[in-house]
Design a binder for this molecule. Structure first.
Ligand SMILES: Cc1cc2nc3c(=O)[nH]c(=O)nc-3n(C[C@H](O)[C@H](O)[C@H](O)COP(=O)(O)OP(=O)(O)OC[C@H]3O[C@@H](n4cnc5c(N)ncnc54)[C@H](O)[C@@H]3O)c2cc1C
Length: 433
């Protein structure tokens, strides 16, 4: 008898694999409709298992997830078409900071501060989000958290079976009508452009107050630019003397940690003039920026979510807002007795990103000037909706006119004739300190 068939599968309606941004977000939404079969007022009642990898190499370190949030009383948090969360998304408890004003510094040193009201930029720490979702699952009679490593997922007659390894090394299997798999992809799909957003950030404490906690610096191009791609600083103040300060590049390969440290040191001391500071913690990551096609479906009953399912916006690396939108839609469909997993990003957004990625990769557009001009020439709220895929065709046309039209058009025309190639080295959204 094989080890796998030793015990009968544990059964639930839905199994979510991976407790990162996408898995936690979906579990958070599904917990609202999870209950035992006879739950009063819940129709249809749903049972849910969230599989989180045990502590060890599969679990990423604590991370920071920022996104735009609609900050307007009366917004219902539903599908508002803005591409952003609405109020009442239940995540407030996990928000550690938020900013109503955003600043961009051009390479020429000029600063532009914008107020994207009613949108606010907010920060969630992964550990806070985990605690929130675990508490939500513990309070939902039909939901549970399972610590195990998911090894394989196989289609079965009426759903799918997930084979897992428990922390004690034992085998266990889960049977479900639907499986949502957020395990990071081992290899990225073939694409015309493979760029990476790679960065390192310091949580700094300064000797004297140096930050304005009301303003977040989204892109600061006063840093030396790499030969290929672009680089910028990013500052999220948490108090007058505390901030997350990051150095980010969009380019083809990550740097060695020492190179990020040197860039951060230069940015903190010579550009921001922070003076004496203590680095209290660090965060580092690599996010794929590619126009590869991520399959959303891995079988009749198996869906990929998160970065694995194409939720990372190719031209920005932002993922969290798309994951919220998709989780909300999946839960709404299941609540109505249907199964629907809408694409995380629309076709137009992906097509425009493909053009921008290629234009940046070929050096046809100057990255710092491109992004700075967009912030200077497009109203902030509209631009953020555009970056989140929530603009109308007409609005997108207007934004397009504020980009270098010639190089963008030339790039758009050549894209259909370019082959999609596998990435030269495997790369995922893995983060490490
Ligand atoms: C450091 C960092 C900062 C980022 N900041 C932002 C940001 O501010 N805003 C934004 O929009 N995006 C951000 N991103 C991009 C993106 O939002 C994140 O990468 C996000 O975590 C992707 O969510 P995910 O669920 O697809 O993957 P993950 O969050 O990586 O989740 C995957 C989960 O699968 C689990 N897992 C893996 N293998 C197994 C297995 N075999 N069995 C069980 N579980 C398994 C892992 O433990 C993990 O919990 C950031 C990325 C990084 C790396």
């Amino acid at each position: 008898m094989s080890r796998r068939s030793a015990a009968a599968p544990q059964v639930s309606d839905v199994v979510v694999l991976g407790g990162g941004a996408a898995g936690l977000s979906l579990a958070h939404r599904l917990a609202e409709i999870a209950g035992p079969p006879d739950s009063p007022g819940v129709s249809p009642p749903l049972t849910l298992t969230l599989v989180e990898a045990p502590d060890g190499p599969l679990r990423p370190p604590e991370r920071t997830w920022c996104h735009w949030h609609r900050d307007h009383p009366g917004d219902d948090g539903g599908t508002d078409g803005t591409g952003t969360d609405g109020d009442g998304d239940g995540l407030d408890e996990a928000v550690v900071a938020s900013w109503s004003r955003l600043r961009v510094h051009g390479a020429d040193g000029r600063a532009l501060t914008v107020d994207p009201a009613p949108l606010r930029y907010r920060m969630i720490r992964s550990t806070g989000f985990e605690s929130l979702v675990r508490a939500r699952l513990a309070g939902s009679p039909g939901a549970r958290l399972l610590r195990a490593t998911a090894d394989t997922v196989r289609e079965a007659a009426d759903g799918a079976v997930v084979h897992c390894t428990a922390p004690d090394g034992g085998a266990l299997s889960l049977r479900a009508r639907l499986v949502f798999d957020s395990r990071p992809p081992r290899v990225l799909p073939p694409a015309r452009t493979h760029l990476l957003q790679h960065f390192r950030g310091w949580f700094v404490r300064t000797g004297v107050p140096r930050f304005d906690p009301a303003v977040a610096d989204l892109m600061d191009f006063r840093v030396p630019q790499p030969r290929h791609g672009l680089a910028f600083g990013y500052v999220l103040p948490l108090a007058a003397d505390r901030a997350l300060v990051e150095y980010t590049e969009f380019s083809r390969a990550p740097l060695a940690t020492e190179a990020y440290e040197a860039a951060l040191d230069h940015y903190c001391r010579d550009v921001l003039g922070l003076g004496a500071l203590t680095v209290e913690a660090a965060e580092q990551g690599v996010i794929p920026m590619t126009d590869g096609r991520f399959a959303r479906r891995a079988g009749r009953s198996v869906f990929r979510i998160g970065t694995a399912g194409g939720a990372t916006r190719p031209a920005t690396g932002y993922t969290f807002a798309a994951v919220q939108r998709q989780s909300r839609a999946v839960a709404a469909a299941l609540r109505a007795g249907r199964t629907s997993v809408p694409p995380p990003h629309g076709r137009r957004a992906l097509a425009m990103d493909a053009v921008l990625l290629r234009a940046l990769d070929t050096g046809r557009v100057d990255g710092p000037a491109f992004f700075t001009d967009l912030f200077r020439r497009v109203p902030a709220e509209r631009l953020l909706r555009f970056l989140d895929g929530g603009t109308s065709l007409w609005e997108e046309f207007g934004v397009g006119l504020r980009t270098p039209v010639g190089p963008m058009l030339r790039t758009a025309l050549e894209l259909p004739f370019l082959p999609r190639r596998p990435p030269s080295a495997p790369s995922t959204g893995e983060s490490h300190r």
